[in-house]
Design a binder for this molecule. Structure first.
Ligand code: SAM
Length: 363
């Protein structure tokens, strides 16, 4: 049990591998990442037994940008008999049970990578979940009813119909979502599909209570690169008044709310109207990520806003290094100016060649 599986968006395996290798090394854990391009996952093999479990507990999952999920896994179970795949899986869990307390398990996910090829396999996984869950329950698994957060989730990760990894994740340090994916329904009133990115970002970065407190009718937002208005829609829906900055056209439905002021200006030159206190800055402009990072740092250091969610559009090459540069630029500026801050970046399900960052600051 010395391996981690990390799910990611197809095409981002290298970034996921670079990130886990770096974070593991920070914990004094060394190993190597197996990368299969376009597979939608990375296996990180630690050199020492037990270290994968330690990483799954100690690397804060919310600090990982590219991993959608982090699970401790067994060796690959191969040649599972089609007539009885359940017995070898249970045997594997019984064996693992001597290493970790698997009787604190709350949930079962039978998963695949998020690729087109795995779509058929995921149909099988759905059907297989019910009999496997029943069999596991008979063995005393999945019965932990105390504080859910202190339990574990069982993951079966199928790579082929007769091949799977058997694993688990810690509920207080994982994505609670099946396959690490937060699926959202597109609201038909929203002016663009981009709206789902900001919706997912809000659900990822803020708890429901934080969202209620920090996004409401008494607040003001600025949306840089706002047109046609998918992000503005999310803010207006939560009661904010929004300055929507873009030379393009905003959806008429947003003008009708009376809760926006469309400013046809350059987002790099726009400044908040005098005497108005901006709570939120959001930004989805398609621009070089380092220019966006510098702009965000300027807004925060000048105290033009208290909190921000923005996208960094990633270049084709050296994406991980570019992300690090951008985040470093912002944190350097905030440190220099003596701010306390919380920063989190995530490659969201609704993001494509981009990541989303949330920062809140206090002087
Ligand atoms: N978030 C929007 C939504 O949900 O509908 C979509 C934004 S779209 C990806 C990018 C927008 O950034 C475009 O409308 C473009 O006009 C705007 N943009 C790009 N550079 C800009 C700049 N320098 N100033 C203002 N807007 C800019």
């Amino acid at each position: 049990m010395n391996k981690l599986a990390l799910y990611c968006r197809i095409g981002f395996e290298k970034e996921t591998a670079a990130e886990i290798t770096e974070k593991a090394a920070e914990k004094g854990v060394f190993g190597f990442a197996r990368v299969n391009n376009d597979s939608g996952y990375v296996i990180f093999e630690c050199y020492q037994e037990g270290e994968a479990d330690r990483l799954a507990r100690e690397i804060p999952f919310n600090q990982l940008i590219f991993a959608r999920q982090m699970i401790v896994i067994s060796d690959l179970l191969e040649n599972l008999p089609p007539t009885d795949r359940i017995t070898p899986i249970i045997e594997e869990y019984n064996r693992l049970g001597s290493l970790v307390n698997l009787h604190r398990t709350t949930e079962l996910f039978v998963e695949t990578a998020d690729t087109n090829e795995a779509k058929e396999l995921s149909v099988f996984c759905r059907k297989f979940t019910v009999p496997l869950r029943q069999a596991l329950k008979k063995q005393g698994y999945l019965a932990f009813k105390e504080v859910k957060k202190s339990g574990l989730t069982l993951h079966i990760f199928f790579v082929k119909p007769n091949c799977c990894y058997v694993g688990y994740s810690y509920n207080n340090n994982h994505s609670p979502n099946f396959m690490g994916i937060l699926r959202l329904k597109f609201p038909p009133q929203a002016p663009s599909r981009s709206t789902l990115k900001l919706h997912e970002a809000i659900l990822t970065f803020l708890s429901p209570e934080e969202e209620r407190k920090r996004m409401n009718e008494s607040m003001y937002g600025v949306d840089l690169g706002a047109c046609p208005g998918g992000w503005t829609y999310q803010l207006v829906k939560r009661g904010l008044f929004v300055y929507a900055v873009d030379h393009g056209k905003m959806a008429a439905s947003l003008h009708d709310t009376g809760r926006i002021d469309h400013c046809p200006e350059d987002g790099f030159k726009f400044q908040p109207p005098k005497r108005s206190k901006i709570d939120w800055l959001v930004c989805d402009m398609v621009e070089q990520p380092i220019r966006i990072a510098a702009l965000i740092a300027k807004w925060l250091v000048n105290e033009w806003c208290r909190e921000t969610i923005f996208n960094l559009k990633l270049p084709m090459k050296k994406r991980y290094a570019e992300v690090q540069n951008c985040l470093q630029l912002i944190t350097n500026e905030l440190d220099k100016a003596g701010f306390k801050y919380h920063i989190q970046a995530k490659h969201l399900y609704h993001d494509r060649e981009e990541i989303t960052v949330h920062i809140s600051v206090k002087k």
